[in-house]
Design a binder for this molecule. Structure first.
Ligand code: SF4
Ligand code: SF4
Length: 407
């Protein structure tokens, strides 16, 4: 079996993250990628928002440090640690780097922490596009010799899981992310966009942070999982995300980008093709709370499925008055201006105003709210009643009732 078909699961014992990372990278013989002295390497952690490591939103700094130290054995000329955060403010990534503890690790290890929005941009054509012909990203993707993906295991209220494939969405710069959400409001379209982006920014190596993970209302406001404590590594992002699904008790078919990525050929979800070294799936199995907001996956004509997805599965935002500090993050980052400031900025009395018609359920507000004040709910029955389907159904029942009454 080729090295590309090798995956590893390593248990973190006594919180020794560095040992688990070294064991993982040695197990899959990642040194085969270190082809020369003086390589330039880009590490891509998850820097979704400015949260401390114990909140399990961002890649843990101990994982980033361990990967840097492992790479340093091969005398690279430059190691960049870069991402573009979820916010649109120019300093969002810099703040996330600091709060997550990753900036401090980079300073101590003497490597370059860099917000990708501060780098030169480049337009990349997408090979065999599913939905995007081109993407705008950092020129660094082209300039480095090796890209290492450092995702975190988190359930996700929109995509069900965020890990290897979704993490590379961060190579799209700041507000461009919101634009992608706006252009591709359905989960199916959005997952196609994720696969297209991954096919351009495709990392040669992935090390997954399962030291602290997140379950439930992820990726920003879920519950911390501190009893999984694993590191995964491999070369195939689709296979790794499938492996994560098996470990957390999630059916991989519920993660649309796994199916789409397999079809596009960016990886394989058939774990039987892979040699899994280290722990077995059963030995680390730990079921996660899976978010209730599941994507529509009915076998219906696309237009009907999209209509049902948009209307019946339409989420309603609930903002917690007690938690909301009227900081403005949500309305400044909403890609379609569906959130606006309240008439008065009085904390505890007012919350942002939400326009349901404009909202495309991109979850940016929930992901970015620093106070975890935004929640989503789906009112299936109400949505159904106020849709053409519901109106048609009510009309039909009325006609039948009238017919029965008059016959
Ligand atoms: S909901 Fe969150 S992001 Fe929006 S204003 Fe309130 S605290 Fe800020
Ligand atoms: S209100 Fe929130 S979920 Fe709706 S479009 Fe704006 S950022 Fe996205």
């Amino acid at each position: 079996m080729s090295l590309q078909k090798t995956l590893t699961i390593q248990k973190i014992v006594d919180d020794d993250v560095e040992k688990a990372v070294f064991d993982a990278l040695n197990a899959i013989e990642a040194k085969s990628l270190m082809k020369k002295q003086g390589m330039k390497i880009l590490l891509k952690p998850n820097l979704l928002s400015a949260k401390p490591p114990e909140r399990a939103v961002t890649t843990h700094p101990l994982v980033v440090r361990a990967v840097i130290r492992w790479l340093k054995q091969f005398n690279p000329s430059k190691i960049y640690v870069g991402d573009s955060s979820g916010g649109s403010a120019l300093n969002s990534t810099a703040i996330a780097l600091k709060t997550s503890g990753i900036q401090a690790v980079c300073d101590e290890e003497n490597v370059i922490a860099i917000p990708l929005e501060k780098t030169e941009r480049k337009i990349y054509p997408v090979p065999n596009p599913l939905i995007l012909d081109e993407i705008a990203s950092t020129k660094l993707l082209d300039e480095v010799d090796l890209i290492v993906n450092l995702p975190k295991i988190k359930t996700h209220s929109q995509c069900t899981l965020t890990c290897s494939i979704k993490n590379m969405f961060g190579t799209i710069i700041l507000t461009k992310k919101a634009e992608k959400h706006a252009r591709f409001p359905s989960i199916s379209q959005f997952c196609s966009a994720l696969v297209d982006i991954y096919s351009v920014s495709k990392p040669q190596l992935t090390v997954i942070d399962g030291f602290l993970a997140m379950e439930g209302n992820g990726p920003g406001a879920g519950d911390v999982v501190d009893d999984l404590k694993i590191i995964l590594a491999g070369y195939d992002g689709i296979a790794l995300d499938t492996l994560v699904c098996k470990i957390i008790g999630l059916d991989p078919s519920k993660v649309l980008y796994i199916e789409k990525g397999t079809k596009k050929g960016i990886g394989s979800s058939n774990l039987e093709e892979f040699n899994i070294i280290g722990q077995s799936i059963e030995s680390v199995f730990r079921p996660f709370k899976i978010p209730r907001l599941m994507p529509v996956s009915l076998r219906l004509p696309r237009a009907v499925a999209e209509y049902i997805g948009d209307k019946i599965f339409k989420s309603t935002i609930k903002i917690d008055k007690e938690k909301c500090k009227l900081c403005g993050t949500c309305w400044k980052n909403c890609p379609v201006d569906a959130l606006t400031p309240p008439n008065e900025l009085k904390i505890g009395n007012y919350i942002p105003i939400w326009d349901k018609e404009k909202c495309i359920s991109c979850y940016c507000c929930a992901e970015l709210c620093p106070y975890e004040a935004v929640e989503f709910k789906i009112h299936y029955f109400r949505n159904f009643l106020f849709s053409y389907l519901g109106l048609g159904f009510v009309s039909l029942i009325t006609i039948i009732a009238l017919l029965i009454a008059f016959l």
